[in-house]
Design a protein around this ligand. Structure first.
Ligand SMILES: NC(=O)c1ccc[n+]([C@@H]2O[C@H](COP(=O)([O-])OP(=O)(O)OC[C@H]3O[C@@H](n4cnc5c(N)ncnc54)[C@H](OP(=O)(O)O)[C@@H]3O)[C@@H](O)[C@H]2O)c1
Length: 339
């Protein structure tokens, strides 16, 4: 018998309950997948704590990111066959173009059932092929952070290519951003609270690494080695890091607002500062299925292997959540759902 996890928003990790999953019949446009691996995001912690917007009421299957094997295909589906290796798109209804309220409805693992189950059924249009060179564990890391980092690095309206990119901390988004930016040939700057993690970042090609716990004024070091400042920041820090990210950025540069691991600022940012530095601030909310396909194609072309820091067994899912909360990871934490 297949199994699934369920949780109710606000219950915390102890609220994760393993139960039996009964298969429903397949609609003509749907694809049934046996999930092999799921990766955790900071967002999954926020969902468990009830601190994420738009979470549905009652018990639901958590987690947005998973990869597995197609086991059944609806009669109207042409793109996939039994045996194909696929991953689900974070927003199953945002296929292409800019976002809209309608397109971002039904986000996996919050507004509707997600991926932490041994079997998942979604419309064929919501699945994307796994790059050939990747394992299921590696592929499961891509949907949220891969699409987000791709959107942040390559999805802006800027007219010149960024040459110097700043990444904050060594969690999922930042390490994926590091790998993609390195593969694009750009110079990367990255911060962390851990020298060991910074050493790992250097092994992935990071040009400049700074320990933000040892050097609270880390933006000065960025400016020292980036000339007039970096061209682009993937801002995952929020309230405490945003002013420092702005100080690290050159005139005419771009700050992509992605997250708030230090919380979200209550005060606004200075309009004068944005104007006189001709700076661009852009919010990114993951991305479309087209962006997921683009990042998968790039990952395959450049033969990138996303960093899986640690893998947990399906029965250990609550421990995997606790491990992400502990902040020990460099890159991604994965749950192996089935062999
Ligand atoms: N907008 C979107 O579409 C989108 C998509 C994905 C994620 N997010 C958001 O982006 C953020 C990161 O997500 P994630 O999944 O990558 O998280 P994660 O894997 O849990 O990584 C969090 C990392 O943040 C770093 N950190 C903590 N305090 C910091 C500080 N003061 N300065 C710099 N870095 C700090 C730590 O790095 P060290 O251990 O190296 O110090 C930690 O490992 C979250 O807020 C998440 O909700 C948003």
């Amino acid at each position: 018998m297949m199994k699934k996890y369920q949780i109710e928003a606000g219950q915390g990790f102890d609220g994760l309950q393993l139960s039996e999953l009964s298969s429903s019949s397949l609609a003509a446009d749907e694809v049934r997948v046996h999930v092999r691996a799921v990766s955790l995001n900071f967002r999954d912690l926020l969902v468990a704590w009830g601190k994420y917007p738009g979470i549905r009421s009652g018990a639901f299957v958590p987690c947005s990111d998973g990869a597995g094997e197609v086991v059944e295909v609806g009669s109207a589906v042409r793109e996939f066959s039994v045996g194909d290796r696929v991953m689900a798109s974070f927003f199953p209804n945002w296929f292409s173009g800019p976002p809209s309220r309608a397109k971002i409805e039904g986000a996996l693992g919050a507004e509707r059932d997600g991926m932490l189950a041994q079997e998942v059924v979604l419309p064929g249009k919501s699945w994307v092929r796994v790059p050939h060179h990747l394992s299921y564990e590696e592929a499961a890391t891509i949907p949220c952070v891969g699409t987000t980092a791709w959107n942040a690095l390559f999805g802006g309206l800027r007219t010149t290519e960024p040459k110097q990119v700043l990444l904050l901390g060594t969690g999922g988004v930042s390490v994926m951003g590091l790998q993609l930016a390195q593969a694009a040939g750009w110079k990367t700057f990255i911060t962390s609270s851990s020298d060991d993690k910074l050493k790992k970042a250097r092994s992935h090609g990071a040009h400049k690494t700074i320990n933000y716990a040892k050097y609270p004024d880390w933006e000065e070091q960025v400016k020292e080695s980036a000339g007039e400042g970096v061209d682009l920041v993937l801002e995952v820090g929020g309230a405490k890091t945003l002013p420092k990210s702005m100080a690290s950025t050159r005139m005419g540069g771009e700050i992509v607002i992605i997250g708030g691991v230090t919380g979200f600022a209550r005060e606004g940012i200075s309009p004068g500062r944005l104007l006189f530095d001709a700076m661009c601030v852009r919010g990114v909310f993951v991305g479309s299925r087209d962006m997921l396909q683009e990042v998968c194609a790039f990952i395959e072309e450049k033969q990138i292997h996303p960093v899986v820091h640690k893998t947990f067994a399906f029965e250990e899912a609550p421990d995997a959540y606790r491990y992400v909360q502990s902040g020990q990871h460099f890159g991604k934490v994965v749950i192996k759902v089935s062999g």
